[in-house]
Design a protein around this ligand. Structure first.
Ligand code: ATP
Ligand code: MG
Length: 264
């Protein structure tokens, strides 16, 4: 479904600040794969997502999604089939527009309609049903401005926006990290439900080591712009958090270091 071939990205090349953020990454995701990604600060996790989403062009290599070469597509072109969530619940939504308008925008993204649209009664009803499933009571607040929602509510709606038209790929960059623990748990559960229902091929960066093993079917560890560990199946099923930390130490010859790391 997603294929990265020899993907490299260096920031500030040939200067004293040169930073090899991605070094010859080769990665293949099967349809329906749910991959969790861990790694220390500056390991290249977000850069990997930026490369896939087209925030910038990579220096070398190719990126294929659903068999199509997307290496040179603009980010807005890729956004039609790639859903993305960030740590900051403010990103990705229009705070001055209502929940309904935000959802309509996401819903129409896949279609070739302009920005000026009317929201039909049928669409409205569909949004209401979808919101009800979140279990946050948002189905009665369709006309509420996004900016007035709590971080968790907004992240839940953003998740809905990213998946209302089933994306080929869903990229989650620590999307629960800025939420309080209870809300984070709720959004994490919701994520699993939505991903499972749509069988969405998903990559999720997390600083929560336990979550990286509990969610999805595969775990990737990054360090210094490289994938240093790729676990699935039996080998992954048996793994504990101390095992993960030990494996990191073994491969990188230092302690795991992430300022947001959570061990449980
Ligand atoms: N747009 C950019 N311009 C210059 N350097 C960048 C840019 N984006 C990332 N970097 C650098 O590339 C390296 C990888 O950064 P990246 O954000 O991918 O790390 P990360 O694994 O997401 O870390 P964290 O856990 O802290 O979010 C870092 O050294 C970072 O400073
Ligand atoms: Mg990051």
């Amino acid at each position: 479904m997603l294929e990265l071939k020899n993907v490299s990205k260096t920031f500030f090349p040939n200067t004293p600040n040169e930073r090899k953020a991605l070094v010859d990454i080769n990665l293949h995701l099967a349809p329906g794969d749910f991959v969790t990604i861990i790694g220390g600060n500056g390991a290249g996790k977000s850069t990997l997502f930026n490369s896939i989403a087209g925030s910038f062009l990579i220096d070398r290599g190719n990126i294929l999604l659903g068999g199509k070469n997307i290496t040179f597509l603009h980010d807005y072109q890729r956004a039609r089939t790639i859903g993305r969530l960030f740590q900051d619940p403010l990103k990705g939504t229009a705070p001055n527009m209502t929940i309904e308008e935000n959802l309509a925008m996401a819903y129409l993204r896949g279609m070739r309609k302009g920005v000026h649209f009317g929201i039909s009664k049928k669409d409205s009803e569909f949004f209401r049903e979808q919101l009800a499933e979140l279990g946050l009571g948002l189905e009665d607040r369709l006309k509420t401005k996004m900016g007035l929602l709590s971080g968790g509510q907004r992240q839940a709606v953003t998740l809905m926006m990213a998946t209302i038209v089933t994306p080929k790929l869903l990229l989650l960059d620590e999307h629960t990290a800025a939420l309080d623990p209870a809300t984070a748990e709720k959004v994490a559960e919701l994520t699993q439900k939505i991903v499972a229902r749509g069988k969405i091929t998903t990559m999720m960066i997390t600083h929560n080591m336990q979550q990286s093993l509990d969610c999805g079917n595969r775990t990737i560890m990054m360090d210094n712009g490289r994938v240093i560990l790729d676990l699935q199946g039996e080998a992954r099923a048996r793994l504990t958090v101390p095992d993960l930390l030990e494996l990191f130490k073994d491969r990188s010859h230092r302690e795991f270091d992430n300022d947001r790391m959570m061990l449980s």
